[in-house]
Ligand binder design. Sequence first.
Ligand code: FAD
Length: 390
Amino acid sequence: MARATADIVVLGLGAMGAASLRALTLRGARPLGIDQFAPPHDFGSSHGETRITRCATGESEALAPFALRSQAIWREIEAETGARLFVDCGCLLISRPNDVGERHGRSAFLERTVAAARRYDIAHELLDADEIARRHPQFRPRDDEQGYFEPGAGYVRPEAAIAAQLDLARAGGATLRLGARVEALRIPRGAGPVEIVTGEGVIEAGRVVVSAGAWAAGLLGPRLAALLRPTRQVLHWFPVLAQREAWAGGPTYIWMHGTGPTDFFYGFPGLDGEAKCASETYEGCERPDSFDRVVAPEESRAMAARHLEGRLAGIGSRAARAKTCLYTQTPDSQFVIDAHPDCDRVLIVSPCSGHGFKHSAAIGEAAAGRVLDGASRLDLTPFALGRFAA
Ligand SMILES: Cc1cc2nc3c(=O)[nH]c(=O)nc-3n(C[C@H](O)[C@H](O)[C@H](O)COP(=O)(O)OP(=O)(O)OC[C@H]3O[C@@H](n4cnc5c(N)ncnc54)[C@H](O)[C@@H]3O)c2cc1C
């Protein structure tokens, strides 16, 4: 079998890998990036046209610096390339106050979001139900619901962000090997290279960033696979039939409307006459290559009936289109960014749990710091594997 060597390899070039690859080249490294497909693509976690970005992160205050830094990086890349990556249309969170529903990482989300906004001095407004409906006639909140509005939030265009970062990485000296599937990762317990096994041969790497998203579980060994659970998610696009101006000029939004783990949904402004909405599901899909990618019409009908009817005005109840996508869920719905327990030259950058894109540019920068300096400016300790030791 052919053997080659590389100093630094980034395995997986989606949201996290593209950001890491670019950040490494900015620091003067010449990494090799490998992907089984040609990102951006529709098979992993980073497609579907839009991703909400907001900086007051109710999931964990530790994430806010990553969202803030990522927004700054999107703007730097826009200035450098002319691409449009980040649209700051605002984000509205609607919830009943003191809602302590058992949601994955999102209990008391309104209060935790406001606390994060105050701690990091993030501009925001608190709105009552009348004010939400006055400003946004496409939303019909109940009298006891309240809103947190972050004007500097909005959405990122994931495919454009990945493409721009990969272009910049290539221009900065990275080598990209696309359409190359890594069959196995041989991680040494001590000294010696990390072996990356592909169909074309083995690459002996000095350091490896594993940013393989939903496939990471299959590459990192059973102990880590137990912590990284791919789940099937569905995105729905509903036609905008009325309230067109409100939809077109509207914010992104997250709506918590019950106390169960899936009693919430989120959505985007009406883009090209379609309003994209989604909720979450936690059904595992053990094999990211072979799960059911077809969305049955009943799934979109159920989405409309359970979440949208009575809350959103002006959209049709039959989806114009729908797509599947993958989350990689950790036990606490937070991220894993840490060295592999057997080898500190393998850095796991597998932060999905459904809320990673908004942080990805800064995570890439932090990953480059960890690989090149052994440390990063932003604190990665909240994402360490040690928290699962018990
Ligand atoms: C439906 C949905 C909605 C979301 N909404 C939001 C949102 O609004 N806001 C937000 O911040 N986040 C959101 N997220 C989460 C966010 O999109 C993810 O956290 C992020 O995209 C994860 O990126 P990644 O780089 O880890 O994975 P991916 O982008 O999937 O990248 C992994 C890459 O690794 C490659 N790869 C894997 N295995 C191999 C192998 N063996 N050999 C070669 N290449 C390999 C894959 O081909 C892929 O390109 C959402 C996710 C989903 C699914």
